[in-house]
Design a protein around this ligand. Structure first.
Ligand code: R5P
Length: 297
């Protein structure tokens, strides 16, 4: 008997990347009805046949709390209807930043979230997860969890668009992304030192980049959330007489009016990957994500 093709369910509102995976891989498109009852509970109905198939749910987990219940019910429904394997493709994976108990009494939510996902899914694929105190996803996820990197695509974009770039990472943990991108782009890099003072406020000490005067600063971070980190770095560069920097984030969270605030600060460009749909998406990860998914299965 011919093996069933995997079936991909793109998350509502994020259809573009899911549909792209479907057409690149020639897999089946899954259809489901997800909505809220008037009382706020989630309604889930799978409209495609999933029995005997590998089900892939492609959902970026920005605003995770809103998505969590319908995501788990969708996975549970697929399992009950006979799916053989359920894979979560979360181009942006949430709940990794609370990776320690920073203050007495806090919940280490990265662990709880990972445990929950590991119970409902059989495998996970994501892009540049925020790994700081964890060295790999395996420290918290008990299912096969693969992290792919957007570094090759970011480096290619910079090579095509920016002359004489010097890369800057805002903090120690950004070293893992910035060093890779810089190496692939054949350009210098340095990382700053950051101390978070609150949800929106950071204190930052720029590294010495005087040797690269005349270069174009390119800030690279995994997540742009409140944009506080980018704004502080931009401001300090400006105060030192550097030209406007290019701001690159892998994941375009842009909480509240963060995108507006960052645009007003006058960077040369704000560029993100298409892990979360946003007007700043310039870097397409469809090809590498589909390759990684194919390899994973
Ligand atoms: C955390 O350390 C991350 O790598 C980012 O630097 C951080 O999430 C950015 O957040 P925000 O845009 O709120 O400064």
């Amino acid at each position: 008997m011919a093996q069933e093709l995997p079936i991909v369910f793109p998350w509502p509102g994020q259809e573009a990347l899911g549909q792209d995976l479907i057409s690149r891989l020639g897999w089946e498109a899954g259809h489901a009805e997800l909505r809220r009852f008037p009382d706020g509970e989630s309604y889930v109905r799978i409209l495609s046949e999933v029995k005997g198939k590998t089900v892939i749910i492609c959902a970026s987990l920005d605003s995770p709390d809103e998505k969590l219940a319908p995501l788990l019910w969708l996975a549970a429904t697929a399992r009950e209807l006979g799916a053989t394997k359920i894979v979560l493709v979360a181009p942006y994976l949430a709940y990794l930043r609370q990776d320690a108990r920073f203050q007495e009494g806090e919940g280490v939510t990265s662990r709880y979230f990972a445990a929950l996902m590991s119970r409902h899914f059989d495998a996970l694929l994501t892009v540049d997860p925020h790994l700081h105190r964890y060295r790999s996803l395996d420290e918290v996820y008990s299912i096969p969890a693969r992290a792919m990197s957007a570094a090759p695509e970011i480096a290619a974009w910079v090579r095509g668009e920016v002359e004489r770039p010097v890369f800057l990472g805002p903090d120690q943990e950004s070293d893992q992304w910035v060093s890779r991108v810089a190496e692939l782009a054949g350009a210098p890099y340095a990382v700053a030192e950051k101390r978070r003072l609150g949800d929106r406020q950071v204190e930052l000490a720029l590294p010495d980049v005087e040797a690269w005067r005349g270069f174009t600063p390119v800030l690279v971070d995994d997540i742009i959330s409140t944009a506080g980190t980018m704004l502080e770095t931009l401001g300090q560069l400006k105060a030192k007489g550097w030209p406007p920097a290019v701001c690159i984030g892998v994941h375009a969270i842009f909480a509240g009016k963060a995108y507006q605030d960052l645009s007003v600060a006058g960077p040369r460009a704000i560029v993100t990957c298409n892990t979360i749909p946003h007007p700043s998406n310039r870097i397409d990860l469809g090809e590498s994500l589909s390759q990684a998914l194919k390899e994973m299965l």
